[in-house]
Design a protein around this ligand. Structure first.
Ligand code: IPM
Ligand code: MG
Length: 362
């Protein structure tokens, strides 16, 4: 069966890192018999420039037909002054909402070879393996009403709405409990139930789900405490589940514990496991065009795609092994290299992963 994969290179370093992931697809095809058809479309700033919208109808159509989507990264300062509807981020939020990609899986795994790159002491982070499950299509990102208006006294005010339905909480809760069943069996739900009613309901629904997952232990933390615990003793966590805004913040924090945000993949899934896969890092305009970007988060996003959407767990494991291999061989892109280490370019790193994969084929 041929898998249809839509590639959205995006902006700045997006096309550079995606090109390396495409090499990996080609290698999986020639060496391991993976059958994929790759299609390309615009999303983000490049789509604004080429087609006048951050999420053009042509991209929407291809996305709806694809089995899975690989995204590089979107955004950059040149589009920041456009009206909100035209900004690159709108393309990303639009595709998440339109495809119903409510379950965002963000693993934060420390590769042993990179322990020294973390800003925390090695003994605090070694062996770190956290999965953050972030609700992605609800909460304050999408709640209505929202806007900027004028008060009766003439002063302007900005307002947003934090709203979660019990159905939205339940489906992200189930995704997180199921992930915890497959992993270490410990789920921590993060909320602000001491202040927010939406969190009060969140906690109630999460607690109610526990009876269906007897092998999983459930804890609750307030988000401020969770942020502190993440930098104090991050290894206490297995799976964390939280809403859209808290998940945005905590996942960046967890990512940095691993030393390089350039290493972390993510998956955004709908209820049928169709998904959009992207590196956690952004479009890095400051290093675009310099062949310095780390393609490993994008390549690891391909591994997540193989596992979660394409039913190719064996190949997913091979890609992850190949990434571990190049790190063990000492290859480092600029973000990972220590002051005395030579940094390899984006394409040297991609090529090294491809040769490590080929050597597995024997
Ligand atoms: C992320 C990003 C996005 C978000 C932005 C680019 C809209 O920060 O994927 O974490 O806030 O969700
Ligand atoms: Mg973010």
């Amino acid at each position: 069966m041929t898998h249809r994969v839509l590639i959205l290179p995006g902006d700045h370093i997006g096309p550079e890192i995606v090109a390396e992931a495409v090499k990996v697809f080609h290698c999986l095809g020639s060496e391991f018999g993976l059958s994929v058809e790759l299609e390309y479309a615009n999303l983000g700033g490049c789509a604004v420039d080429a087609e006048g919208s951050p999420l053009p109808a042509s991209t929407r159509d291809l996305a709806a037909q694809a089995d899975a989507i690989l995204l590089g990264a979107v955004g950059g300062p040149e589009w920041d002054s456009l009206p909100r509807e035209q900004r690159p981020e709108r393309g990303l939020l639009g595709i998440r909402a339109e495809l119903g990609l409510f379950a965002n899986l963000r693993p934060a795994i420390l590769f042993p070879e990179l322990a020294a790159a973390s800003s925390l002491r090695t003994e605090v982070v070694s062996g770190l393996d956290i999965l953050i499950v972030r609700e992605l299509t609800g909460g304050i990102y999408f709640g209505q009403p929202r806007g900027i208006r004028e008060r009766p006294d003439g002063v302007r005010e900005g307002f947003n709405t934090l709203v979660y339905g019990a159905d939205e909480i339940e489906r992200i809760g189930r995704a997180a409990f199921e992930a915890a069943e497959r992993r270490g069996g410990a789920l921590c739900s993060v909320d602000k139930a001491n202040v927010l009613e939406s969190s009060e309901l969140w906690r109630e629904v999460m607690t109610g789900l526990q009876a269906d997952y007897p092998s999983v232990s459930l804890d609750h933390l307030y988000v401020d405490n969770a942020a502190m615990q993440l930098v104090r003793a991050p290894r206490q966590f297995d799976v964390m589940v939280t809403g859209n805004l808290f998940g945005d913040i905590l996942s960046d924090c967890a990512a940095m514990l691993t030393g390089s945000i350039g290493m972390l993949p993510s998956a955004s899934l709908d209820d049928r496991h169709r998904g959009l896969y992207e590196p956690v890092h952004g479009s890095a305009p400051d290093i675009a065009g310099q062949a310095r970007a780390n393609p490993l988060a994008t390549i690891l996003s391909v591994a997540m795609m193989l596992r979660h959407s394409l039913g190719e767990s064996d190949l997913a494991g091979r890609v992850e092994t190949a990434v571990g291999q190049v790190l063990a061989d000492g290859l480092r892109t600029a973000d990972l290299a220590g002051p005395t280490e030579r940094a390899v370019s984006t394409s040297e790193m991609g090529d090294a992963v491809v040769s490590a994969l080929k050597s597995q084929a024997g």
